[in-house]
Design a protein around this ligand. Structure first.
Ligand code: SF4
Length: 474
């Protein structure tokens, strides 16, 4: 996927004016977050499970090479093959070569963020293998020719009417000439069309939520069962996964699975949890003839040794974006790369560089909700703060902002000047607020006052109020 993160400000500004997007994002804010809270209230040990999940992931990060090699050994023992890929290009080339080895013309695909990361679909299409997304959300955005806007709800930015229009436009060639507006009918129409695609596909490509080292199994969770059909009907099953998805045991998978669906959608468990271990055996009724795992590094082994390594604990549940006021306002596309929301703002600069992603660490109010809800307790605000420091130190921050931050730092280090400066500012702003106590226009605050008034300060600085309330004179 081509990065457009440098254009975050423009994209966010456009998103704020998009009424359809406002309507669609309201569902994220109310639906996912409310369901999560209800699910967690029914599981008293949820926070203990979080600690266990964190411990499992940290243990893996400390012994990543050991568990990856163990995983590979088990995959080979069960008849499969692991392909180690350092870069997105290597991963794309490997997948294409595998597809060509079975003369594939089409492949079905389950939802995979790694496939987005390596821009797999356009590459396969350019090289004569037509990829067909089978997750309903992914199918919708494939028709719309858009990237996903959420890691668990790729089409969450679309309203039902927009989906209805898309299906009407693209499904007429299948004889579907009636425009459907009922949600159930839309789902049935997509299901009917996808059925034949599963049967025709030569290769099935899925992602993986986990790679289990003790058995060589890969695990996916879905709510539609599309992953099962994708991987069991074609001749070949290719799993694309990144290194940090490996965990030691089945028992560990069951611990983290108890966190995943609750944090993501508020379900106790996703409808389907599918374990794949090698290709079809002689006495199996179905399954693929060959099984391949494409393991992507793309900078993760370096990240594992850095101070931001906790990012590799992410289980892609989406809870951080479901609770983020910035994501609620601008949606996922504004972030301009594969991973949106707080996890994207913290992770994307590692992949596309801080220069391209310079606005993302600032796309946060630092309210801390992302860290509060993250099942893996990833300290997202601290990581975002580090990115702001790195941007400042490497001169990526624009000169005006650097000057402002520099002036603020100087004031903060000189308490007497700070006190005088803040008193003057508070008094000046109080006067500007007048009787309404609201400021309609203010130099350097045009971004705020363009759409709303700035409340005038109450009349005293915090420090003055603190002293007064403690009975001391200022
Ligand atoms: S950072 Fe945490 S909350 Fe966000 S997607 Fe990853 S695991 Fe979920």
């Amino acid at each position: 996927m081509k990065a457009t993160a440098h254009d975050f400000k423009n994209a966010a500004s456009k998103a704020l004016k998009d009424d359809n997007l406002r309507q669609a994002l309201h569902r994220v804010e109310t639906g996912f977050a409310g369901n999560r809270a209800a699910a967690i209230s029914r599981l008293p040990e949820f926070h203990d499970l979080r600690d266990e999940g964190v411990a499992i992931k940290m243990h893996v990060l400390d012994h990543l090479d050991y568990y990856l090699e163990r995983f590979e050994q088990k995959v080979i023992e069960t008849g499969g093959q692991v392909h180690w890929c350092t870069t997105p290009k290597e991963a794309r080339d490997t997948i294409l070569e595998l597809c060509r080895s079975v003369d594939a013309k089409t492949c079905t695909k389950g939802k995979s963020m790694i496939a987005e990361e390596i821009a797999l679909n356009p590459f396969l299409e350019e090289n004569g293998v037509l990829p067909i997304e089978t997750d309903l959300g992914e199918y919708i955005i494939q028709l719309a020719d858009e990237p996903p806007s959420h890691i668990i709800g790729p089409a969450v930015h679309k309203t039902k009417d927009q989906i209805s229009d898309l299906f009407f436009e693209h499904h007429q060639k299948y004889g579907k000439t009636e425009r459907q507006s009922d949600g159930r009918m839309l789902v049935n129409e997509a299901r009917e069309i996808l059925r034949q695609k599963y049967i025709d596909a030569d290769v099935g490509i899925t992602g993986a939520n986990f790679l289990i080292a003790e058995t060589g199994s890969t695990v996916i969770v879905t709510n539609e069962g599309n992953g099962d059909l994708t991987q069991s009907l074609p001749k070949m099953h290719i799993v694309i996964a990144s290194l940090e998805k490996v965990i030691p045991t089945m028992e560990d998978a069951s611990t983290i699975l108890r966190l995943l669906a609750r944090s993501a959608t508020g379900q106790e468990f996703s409808v389907y949890t599918t374990f794949s271990t090698g290709p079809r055996r002689d006495d199996d009724l179905d399954g693929p003839g060959s099984f391949h795992v494409v393991l992507l590094d793309n900078g993760r082994s370096k990240l594992a040794g850095s101070e931001d390594r906790e990012l590799l604990r992410c289980i892609r549940c989406g809870a951080c974006m479901n609770h983020c006021p910035v994501y609620h306002a601008v949606g996922g596309h504004a972030y301009g790369w594969v991973y949106p929301g707080p996890i994207g703002a913290a992770l994307d600069p590692h992949f596309i560089g801080i220069e391209e992603a310079r606005h993302l660490p600032n796309a946060s109010t630092f309210c801390g909700r992302c860290e509060d809800v993250c099942p893996m307790r990833i300290p997202l605000p601290s990581i975002l703060r580090r990115w702001r420091e790195r941007a400042f130190e490497s001169n990526v921050t624009p000169p005006a902002e650097r000057f402002g931050v520099g002036a603020w730092a100087w004031l903060a280090k000189h308490p007497a000047f700070y006190r005088v400066g803040t008193r003057l500012a508070v008094r000046g702003l109080s006067l500007l607020g007048g009787r309404r106590k609201r400021i309609a226009k203010l130099p350097l605050a045009g971004g705020w006052t363009a759409t709303r008034d700035l409340p005038a300060p109450a009349g005293q600085t915090f420090q003055d109020q603190w002293r007064r309330q403690r009975g001391r004179s200022a």
